[in-house]
Design a protein around this ligand. Structure first.
Ligand code: NAI
Length: 338
């Protein structure tokens, strides 16, 4: 039995959470993998109700769970997810971009992963007002850079596909900070002779993600660049509605869609729950590795192939060219999970 803490979120968060609870309950009943789910508040709704975007009881419940699922939150995202990533030392943000059938996509043959450093860079929130100007600290350390580089090489090795890591930075302009990042990646590359290594400036990478995304296997990059490039890579394969993510540390992990609370479509039952369902797939893979539990890995593969088969049969939400509601799409997934 795995104890899952679930932040139900803002905007489309509650609709997506309902979908994921339905999927987990189905796995629980039909596939003999047991979960206990504790629903928690964080984000704009928690701020309104309790005065805190990340209430203490939510944090305590997350810490005492085996793993956390987080639906998107709204304007208070920095006080929730950025804080959780740092507090729980979830240093690796993993954002796969994978082609699914019949997507309104630029390409249909992509399978790559962005490994984003999750604890440093401009996202530490160290900003000051100085003489009428805003100043933000960009912190890039050798230790954190090496740690994420190692994670990226291990990811490429495990995938066993193109065996390639692309280190993305802008060291021609940010010579010290990105110089440290680039040097750390180069040093770690020496320990992985079977994996080819290349470096690319972030602007060229943004272009190549459109021009020839098939050439990538694993991209490793700093926090801000990774945030932006992963929205781009998910659009290249069909959109944010298909984009899951993992935040992984040595002891704990949190899984969430790449996208935000999408207030423009909230409450309309048109959000695509695949992003969150595929985050559950990533969670199951992580649980499988952590607890050496083959059943988790088996169910993870089944869940992913079910999403694949459902969209292949033309059952899709509006964002990817279909007409199904969030609930109808979810029901189709669970009806095939046997
Ligand atoms: P967004 O990612 O919420 O939405 C961008 C566009 O993608 C919108 O048109 C939206 O309708 C669409 N979209 C997103 N997810 C979708 C899904 N599952 N199905 C169908 N369409 C989907 O970005 P935006 O509008 O910039 O941010 C909205 C709020 O989300 C903000 O308050 C922001 O702070 C927050 N946010 C939270 C994040 C988190 O919790 N990790 C991450 C990013 C933003």
């Amino acid at each position: 039995m795995y104890n899952i803490s679930l932040i139900t979120g803002d905007g489309i968060g509650p609709e997506l959470s309902e979908s994921v609870v339905t999927v987990l309950n189905t796995i629980n009943d039909k596939l003999d993998l047991k979960f206990s789910i504790k629903e928690l508040q964080a984000g704009d709704i928690a701020l309104k109700n309790t005065g805190k975007a990340l209430p203490d009881e939510t944090l305590d419940a997350i810490k005492s769970s085996d793993v956390c699922l987080k639906a998107p939150v709204g304007e208070s995202a920095a006080d929730v997810i950025v804080v959780l990533r740092r507090m729980l030392d979830l240093y690796a943000n993993i954002r796969p971009a994978k082609s699914y059938p019949h997507m309104p996509a630029l390409h249909d043959d992509i399978d790559m992963v962005i490994v984003r450093e999750n604890t440093e860079d401009l996202y530490t929130g160290k900003e000051f007002a100085v003489d009428g100007a805003g100043v933000a600290l960009r912190i890039i350390s050798e230790d954190a850079s090496k740690r994420i580089a190692k994670y990226a090489f291990e990811t490429s090795k495990q995938r066993g596909q193109k065996n390639k890591v692309t280190c993305v930075h802008k060291s021609n302009v940010m010579r010290l900070t990105d110089g440290i990042f680039s040097k750390a990646c180069k040093e770690v590359a020496q320990d992985y002779p079977g994996i080819s290594f290349e470096e690319m400036y972030v602007d060229a990478c943004a272009m190549n993600l459109i021009r020839q995304p098939q050439s990538f296997d694993v991209i490793v990059t700093t926090n801000l660049f990774g945030d932006i490039l992963s929205d781009e890579s998910s659009q290249v394969v069909g959109g944010l509605g298909m984009a899951p993510a993992a935040n992984i540390g040595d002891k704990f992990a949190l899984f969430e869609p790449v996208h935000g609370a999408a207030f423009d479509i909230a409450g309309k039952q048109i959000a695509n729950p695949s992003s969150f369902i595929l985050s559950v797939k990533m969670m199951l893979d992580w649980l499988s590795q952590k607890h050496n539990d083959a059943k988790c890995s088996e169910v993870a593969s089944k869940l992913e192939s079910t999403v694949h088969d459902v969209v292949k049969s033309g059952i899709k939400t509006k964002d990817i060219g279909g007409d199904k509601t969030t609930k109808e799409f979810t029901n189709e997934i669970v009806s095939r999970l046997v």
